[in-house]
Structure formats: structure tokens, C-alpha cells
Write a protein that binds this ligand. Structure first.
Ligand SMILES: Nc1nc2c(c(=O)[nH]1)N[C@H]1C(S)=C(S)[C@@H](COP(=O)(O)OP(=O)(O)OC[C@H]3O[C@@H](n4cnc5c(=O)[nH]c(N)nc54)[C@H](O)[C@@H]3O)O[C@H]1N2
Ligand SMILES: Nc1nc2c(c(=O)[nH]1)N[C@H]1C(S)=C(S)[C@@H](COP(=O)(O)OP(=O)(O)OC[C@H]3O[C@@H](n4cnc5c(=O)[nH]c(N)nc54)[C@H](O)[C@@H]3O)O[C@H]1N2
Ligand code: SF4
Ligand SMILES: [Mo]
Length: 770
């Protein structure tokens, strides 16, 4: 059986390169949206479906977690939202006949792109021990198999329950309830690889692991700093919000090793002027070296402290703790060290300071460019220090804005998908349901992989996602997965995690967001929480992709009922019949959801409480907002090496590949590219267009290699390189994680580039010798 992750088809993957773009959206985006959507759905279904995205009576966009504005247009979606919808609402199907025609070994040689392109899963499928093909299986038999393997475990802690961020609040609440009633907190989720560093840093410093701004705050800000985020691709409608903020007088600083097209200029497809000229968004671009952000904010903090009247002393006195220690650390910040760490000039930092001091209301937005580093948590804490100094938390137009990834990743966490649940949450569960939930912490993603690798976990269950492709150290993760007794995936689409299996495996096909969900009590809706803590309903309208699909809540209810049996303290059958009964329980267990059913019935939903934002109250251990004073860190780069960040192209949603283009970066028809600064490339003797292997260097001495990448000379910061995830996950060592949050450090991988002939030459040579 093939164990190596597939390289992608070399014929298909033949990257071409043109000049990067300097503006995002506009007419080409609309054409591109419709083309992709129509290929998957046809013309009529495209029109009907897209008109329902993000409408108050429609479904929540399955793309990112960016919030919807209160006043909605007819077309309330972006290009990448449309692609996410098309991916789910596709008319292509993966049927039992498909699995009969393709063995698991065959599927394991296909690229992730190919697997995803096959369409929606239609039937529960079972791979028996020693089997070569998945076979159709009835739902009841599938639940029996899971129950069999779970009851054979020495302890419930030998099972792992992963969640991706698309799962609804209702399904997530039931899923964690099941895991905990079974007796484990092994609830790793995609957040562990994503914004965990933000959650860690924010809970400690402001007392809640979520952002403190609402959409209106962006419109009131004087200064918005966007650090480590590429909204043009990953949160496209954030550009409309930034455009509006600018029209209201805000200035924007972007901090990024790459000049990202969307942040440079935005052509709003919803206005005629926008389509033509577009608006310049970034006022100041700080082309920072990878991992230099903590040093940058530390020096800015020192400079603020040195400026007469710049500190909001009243706020510091009334609301914060740890100031003296922080001041001492900030005073030690050093210009030379900061210039080295950031690659910026003195003039750029002075200009930044001028803009910071001119602003009375400042917001910092960030995403994976800050969270996926060894020192991600202290970096984000330094951002908090920066905002606290000038009282920029808990008043309009100011605050922290970690921009979340998956459309309900924040809601899943609110519902208790967390391997380290707060005691108060467990107490509330215990009181409501009358069983004693386990108190020991469970496995996060990295620990779950180790446990599977070491034979300590034997059953792996995933509520969505694509664990083996999204996780670091692909070869280690795949080997770990293959040691499991049973792997189970609740999924909409085929992906690599279905073909790298334990001894037995199940695929449980489920409804997507776009689809109608009818249960015993009639048609159901679910709820989601966006990146700004707004909760609202999502109601699918399309007929399900197949008559065999069960909803995620139904799958959990039936599984729990089967595994826990009559002893269960939870009315699983009632929950399956009527999701309003689940919401009644959520209302009693989770603060902020009081009267949930009534409030979510209102169009647009409601905002969850956020003490720092609403009342300037900081529910931390000290009862105040905490300044922190960690030592400044930045990555060290050995001679002749580059620091590689692994990021998203414009045509992908995490491990789902929509197409082979990255339009704004000028790359088409291929994904195996590595972007290198031309001066670095010259110094290393690597020509534009040449082919290299990426070899990662880590202290364990294991060679991790990703072969066959085309070098693209690209204006990234010096010493830095960029290549797409998930092809490069093979390079990210399992043990290379962020301190405190344990998030894989997938934005700072030390690599060397090793020369190689181009695949075309290799093919020619091969045919000459054949
Ligand atoms: N279309 C689409 N939308 C998505 C996704 C998708 O795959 N496709 N994924 C969703 C998910 S789950 C998430 S988490 C978000 C991800 O959203 P992003 O975080 O925007 O995604 P990345 O592509 O990882 O981009 C990271 C950005 O940080 C920059 N960066 C890298 N290292 C550093 C650094 O050290 N410092 C600074 N200042 N910048 C740095 C990179 O150049 C890049 O611009 O998007 C969500 N939305
Ligand atoms: N090197 C590197 N690795 C990374 C990152 C990086 O920047 N660099 N980013 C990390 C981040 S931020 C994240 S969030 C993770 C993402 O990790 P995951 O969330 O595990 O991965 P996705 O690719 O989003 O999952 C896609 C799969 O979800 C399933 N799916 C889609 N919709 C639904 C649904 O409604 N219900 C169910 N049950 N299944 C559904 C489909 O089968 C699809 O194949 O990857 C992380 N990995
Ligand atoms: S910005 Fe995000 S949530 Fe909004 S339409 Fe686009 S992909 Fe969907
Ligand atoms: Mo994410």
C-alpha cells in the first residue's frame, strides 16, 4: 500500500508565473466565481444557491468566520464564499460504485485535489480489517462497529474525538457531551492548529479568549493594524469593511513579509466606482521578517512609554496589573536588535509610531501570521500590551481582533470543544445532566498524534476536517493513524484522511450547511457564532446530496444512544427529533445563551457578552487586564538557510483545493512553488524557474523533504520563503510547536533548498532511457 503522500500529478502541476497583482476582487473575481460555481452546480442551481448565502433567512456561508453586516445586499458573499458553497453544493457524487472501482491503495496515490473533485459522499462506507475496498454499510451496523471498538478499549481516554470548525453549535454541544459522558476530554480541534495561540494569550491577559471588537468598531477606528493576515484571499469581505473604515477616515498599516494584493488595493464588486478604480487600502506596509512581530511591538511600546502623555494613565491605573514589570522589559528594547529581527528600517518604525500616536482608537487584526510560531503566545501578548498602553480595549473603535478561520470554529469552542475545559463549564454540565464529567485534561492535536503513534490511543473519530493533511509532520501523522484500531470520519467530501486508515475505517456522510435538515419534529435549523461573537441561525434549503445522509446532530445522538445505552443521563432521542431542545440545554449550561431559542429567532441573531468589550471588566486571575513581560524572541536563521512559512493559495480552503491558481500572486496551473526573495535566491545560486527540494532542518536530525518545487523569485522579506500548505506539512516537525498553546509552528520552518532537475527534464531523460 502506498504510504507516501502523493506529490500531485506532475503533468497537472506545472506552475506558470506572471507578475503578482496589486488589487483584489473586481470583475475578474466575479467571472472566476461563476465559472467555478457553474462547473460544480450548473447555472440554475448556482443562481438559486448563491442568493441564499448569508441572508437572514438563508444559510451561513461555509467559508470563513467573517461576520455579516446588518444591512444586507442581495449578493452577500464573496468569490471564496461562492467557491466554498459550490464545493458543497456540487452535483458530482462519490457512490458505492466509485469505491468498488477504486481500492483504498489506489485512492492513496491520488492528490487531495483529485479526491475532492470527485464530489459528495452519498453512503456510509466501511473498510473491514484487511479489506482493500470500502463497502457500503448500514447506519446501524456502522454504529455497532464503533461501539464494539470503544467497548474494547482499556479506558475512554484511548479514544480521540477531533472536530473541524464547520460543525454547528448544536452538533458541537452534543459531541462534547457524548465524549464527556463516555469519560474523556480528548477533544482536539482544528483550533489547536489555528488560533489557539490567540486564545491562550487573550485569556491570560484580558480574561476571555475571543476578540473584543464588533464590525461597527472597525468603522469607528482611527488606525487598523493588520498583522499576519491575507484577507483578500482568506476573509475577502473584510476588505469591504476596511474600505468603509477608510472612507470614515481610518488609516491602515499592514505588517506582512509578503505584499498581499487585497491589502494593497480593493475593487469592491458591489459598487460601480469600486469596480473601476478600486480603493488603496494600506497606508503603510511594513514588510517584516517572519517572526519579527514581537520585537516590533516591543519597541513600539518602549517608544510610546518614552512619549510624553502617550500612555492612558487612568486606564492603566484603574484596569491593569503588572505594569511596572512590563515597563522594565519594554525599556530594555533595543533598536538594533529590532531592526535585525524585523528587517524594517528606522524610518518605517518611526512612521508607524507617528501613526500610532495620532490615533485615538486603534484596532489590531491578526491571523495565522502571528499564531503559528514558537513564540506566538508572547507575540500576541505584546500586541495586548500595545493596546492596553493607550487604553485601546473596551471602548468603541478599539480592541483586539483575531480573525478566525472556519465559519464556526469560535462557536465550537464556546460549546465546549476543548481538551482543557474550564471547571465551571464541567460543573454546569454536571448540574444539568447529572453525570460526573472527567476532570483531567485531554489530548490536543499534537498530543493526539503522539498518543496514536505510541499506541496509547486506538480509536480516532473526526467530526469533519481532514486530520492527516491538516496536521504537521505528514509521514509521522499518517503512520500514527495507521496504527489505530478504528478511524471514523463524519464528512461531506472525500479526502486523504479517508484513505490513510486504522485497521478498520468508516466514512459517515453528512449534510452540509446548504442542505435542508428534516427531523422527527419537522424542519430544523442550526446556529453558528462568527469571529466577532455574533450568534445566528443557519437554514439549508437544497435537497440533500443523497437520501442516505444523516445530519451531524443525528449522527452524534444515534452513536451516543448506541454506545452509552439505557444508562445514559442524556435524552439523545429527544435531541435528535428537535434541535430546539438542544438549544434549551445550551441556554442552561453556557453563559450568554439565556433564552437562546427566542433570541436566535430574531433576524440577524444576537451578540454574546464580552466583559472587556462591554464593561471594561477583565475576568482574569488578577481581576484586571494583565500586562506581561516575556523576553523578546525571534527565529534564528543558520547561514544559507531560509525561514519557510506555509500558507494558503487563493484557490483552496485549507486542505480542500478548488483549483491550481493563486491569481493575486500571479501563479497559475500548479501548487508546488516556493517563493523566494530574488536577492536571497541569487546569493544561494538558485535561478528563477529552477526546481528544488525543500529540506527542513530540526534538532532531531530527521530529514524531512518535500521534493520538486519550482522556485519563484518573489518580493518577500529577506531570509524568508513561502510555499503552500498542505503540500509542505511533511516539513513541519511534530515537536516544533508554540510555547503554551502547542500550535504547530507552521509559519517558521528552517529549510535548505536542494537543487534538482525540473520534472520535465526528468521525464525526458526517463523516456530516453526507457
Ligand atoms: N479562501 C479561503 N479562506 C479561508 C481559508 C482558506 O484556506 N481559504 N482558511 C480559513 C482558516 S481555517 C483560517 S485560520 C484563515 C487563515 O487566514 P490567514 O492567516 O490570512 O491565512 P494564511 O494563508 O496562512 O496567511 C498568513 C498570512 O500571514 C503572513 N505571515 C506569515 N508569517 C508572518 C509573520 O511572521 N509575521 C507577519 N506579520 N505576517 C506573517 C503571510 O504572508 C500571509 O499573508 O482563513 C480562513 N479563510
Ligand atoms: N502547514 C500548515 N498546516 C496547517 C495550517 C497552515 O497554515 N499551515 N493551518 C491550520 C489551520 S488554521 C486549520 S483551521 C487546519 C484545518 O484543518 P481541518 O479543519 O481538519 O481541515 P479542512 O481542510 O478545513 O477540512 C476539510 C474537510 O472537511 C469536511 N467537511 C466540509 N464541510 C463539512 C461539514 O459541514 N461537516 C462535516 N462533517 N465535514 C465537512 C470535508 O470532508 C473536507 O474534506 O489546518 C491547519 N494546518
Ligand atoms: S468573507 Fe468569508 S463568510 Fe463572508 S462570504 Fe466570503 S468566505 Fe463567506
Ligand atoms: Mo484555521
Amino acid at each position: 500500500m502506498a504510504t507516501k503522500p502523493p506529490m500531485g500529478d506532475p503533468v497537472q502541476d506545472a506552475p506558470q508565473v506572471a507578475e503578482p497583482k496589486h488589487a483584489a476582487a473586481g470583475l475578474p473575481a466575479i467571472g472566476h466565481t461563476l465559472r467555478i460555481a457553474q462547473q460544480q452546480m450548473g447555472v440554475k442551481r448556482t443562481a438559486l444557491t448563491l442568493l441564499r448565502v448569508n441572508q437572514k433567512d438563508g444559510f451561513d456561508c461555509p467559508g470563513c468566520a467573517w461576520p455579516e453586516p446588518d444591512h444586507r445586499h442581495k449578493a452577500e458573499f464573496c468569490e471564496n464564499g461562492a467557491k466554498a458553497v459550490a464545493e458543497e453544493a456540487t452535483l458530482r457524487r462519490v457512490t458505492p460504485e466509485f469505491f468498488a472501482a477504486h481500492s483504498v491503495a489506489d485512492l492513496a496515490t491520488r492528490s487531495g485535489y483529485w479526491l475532492g473533485q470527485q464530489g459528495r459522499l452519498t453512503h456510509p462506507m466501511y473498510l473491514p480489517e484487511g479489506g482493500e475496498h470500502y463497502e457500503p454499510v448500514g447506519w446501524e451496523r456502522a454504529f455497532d462497529i464503533i461501539a464494539e471498538e470503544i467497548s474494547a478499549l482499556g479506558s475512554p481516554d484511548e479514544a480521540v474525538f477531533y472536530t473541524s470548525g464547520r460543525t454547528s453549535n448544536e452538533a458541537a454541544f452534543l459531541y462534547q457531551l457524548f465524549a464527556r459522558e463516555l469519560g474523556t476530554n480528548n477533544l482536539p480541534d482544528c483550533s489547536n492548529m489555528c488560533h489557539e495561540s490567540s486564545g491562550s494569550a487573550l485569556s491570560e491577559t484580558i480574561g476571555i479568549g475571543k476578540g473584543s471588537v464588533l464590525l461597527e468598531d472597525l468603522y469607528k477606528a482611527d488606525l487598523i493594524i493588520v498583522a499576519g493576515q491575507n484577507p483578500g484571499t482568506n476573509h475577502p469581505r473584510m476588505l469591504s469593511a476596511l474600505e468603509k473604515a477608510k472612507a470614515n477616515g481610518a488609516q491602515i498599516i499592514s505588517v506582512n513579509p509578503l505584499p498581499e494584493a487585497g491589502l494593497e488595493r480593493f475593487k469592491n464588486p458591489q459598487t460601480p466606482q469600486g469596480m473601476l478604480r478600486g480603493a488603496a487600502l494600506t497606508d503603510l506596509f511594513l514588510q517584516i521578517r517572519i517572526g519579527g512581530d514581537q520585537a516590533l511591538f516591543r519597541l513600539l511600546n518602549k517608544l510610546i512609554l518614552e512619549t510624553e502623555g502617550a500612555v492612558d494613565e487612568e486606564f492603566v491605573r484603574e484596569h491593569t496589573h503588572g505594569y511596572e514589570e512590563f515597563v522594565a522589559a519594554a525599556q530594555a528594547a533595543d533598536w538594533d536588535e529590532t531592526l535585525t529581527a524585523t528587517g524594517l528600517t528606522r524610518a518605517q518604525i518611526e512612521e508607524t509610531l507617528r501613526m500610532v500616536l495620532a490615533s485615538r482608537r486603534t484596532i489590531v487584526c491578526w491571523a495565522m501570521g502571528l499564531t503559528q510560531h514558537k513564540h506566538a503566545v508572547p507575540t500576541i501578548r505584546e500586541v495586548v500590551n500595545f493596546l492596553l498602553l493607550r487604553g485601546n480595549i473596551g471602548r468603541p473603535g478599539a480592541g483586539v481582533c483575531p480573525v478566525r478561520g472556519h465559519s464556526n470554529v469560535q462557536g465550537d469552542r464556546t460549546m465546549g470543544i476543548f481538551e482543557r475545559p474550564a471547571p465551571a463549564f464541567l460543573d454546569a454540565l454536571e448540574k444539568e445532566f447529572g453525570f460526573a464529567p472527567p476532570r483531567e485534561h485531554g489530548f490536543d492535536v499534537v498530543r493526539a498524534i503522539r498518543a496514536l503513534r505510541d499506541g496509547e490511543a486506538k480509536v480516532f473519530f473526526a467530526m469533519g476536517g481532514n486530520f492527516v493533511s491538516a496536521s504537521p509532520d505528514t509521514e509521522v501523522t499518517e503512520a500514527a493513524m495507521r496504527r489505530a484500531r478504528l478511524t471514523v470520519h463524519v464528512s461531506t467530501k472525500l479526502n486523504r484522511s479517508h484513505v490513510v486508515t486504522g485497521a478498520r475505517a468508516l466514512i459517515l456522510p453528512t449534510l452540509g450547511r446548504t442542505e435542508r435538515d428534516v427531523q422527527g419534529s419537522g424542519e430544523q435549523f442550526v446556529t453558528v457564532e462568527d469571529s466577532m461573537g455574533m450568534v445566528h441561525a443557519s437554514r439549508g434549503r437544497l435537497a440533500p446530496a443523497s437520501g442516505q445522509l444523516l445530519s451531524e446532530p443525528a449522527i452524534v445522538c444515534r452513536l451516543a444512544h448506541r454506545v452509552l445505552g439505557a444508562d445514559s443521563a442524556v435524552p439523545w432521542e429527544e435531541f435528535e427529533k428537535d434541535y430546539a431542545t438542544i438549544r434549551d440545554r445550551i441556554a442552561r449550561v453556557i453563559p450568554g445563551f439565556e433564552d437562546f431559542n427566542a433570541r436566535v429567532a430574531r433576524p440577524g441573531g444576537f451578540a454574546l457578552p464580552h466583559a472587556p468589550r462591554d464593561e471594561r471588566r477583565f475576568p482574569t486571575a488578577t481581576g484586571k487586564a494583565n500586562f506581561t513581560a516575556a523576553p523578546v524572541e525571534y527565529p534564528e536563521l543558520p547561514e544559507g538557510r531560509l525561514l519557510l512559512q506555509t500558507l494558503r493559495s487563493h484557490d483552496q480552503y485549507n486542505t480542500t483545493i478548488y483549483g491550481l491558481d493563486d491569481r493575486y500572486r500571479g501563479i497559475t496551473n500548479g501548487r508546488r512553488v516556493v517563493l523566494v526573495n530574488p536577492q536571497d535566491a541569487r546569493a544561494l545560486g538558485i535561478a528563477d524557474g529552477s526546481y528544488v527540494d525543500l529540506v527542513s532542518e530540526w534538532r532531531d536530525g530527521v530529514e524531512r523533504r518535500a521534493p520538486g518545487f519550482r522556485v519563484v523569485h518573489y518580493p518577500t522579506a529577506r531570509g524568508c520563503a513561502a510555499a503552500y500548505y498542505p503540500e509542505t506539512n511533511v516539513l513541519v516537525p511534530l515537536d516544533a510547536t508554540a510555547d503554551t498553546s502547542n500550535t504547530p509552528a507552521s509559519k517558521s520552518v528552517v529549510v535548505r533548498l536542494e537543487g534538482q532537475e525540473s520534472p520535465a527534464t526528468r521525464r525526458l531523460e526517463q523516456s530516453a532511457t526507457d
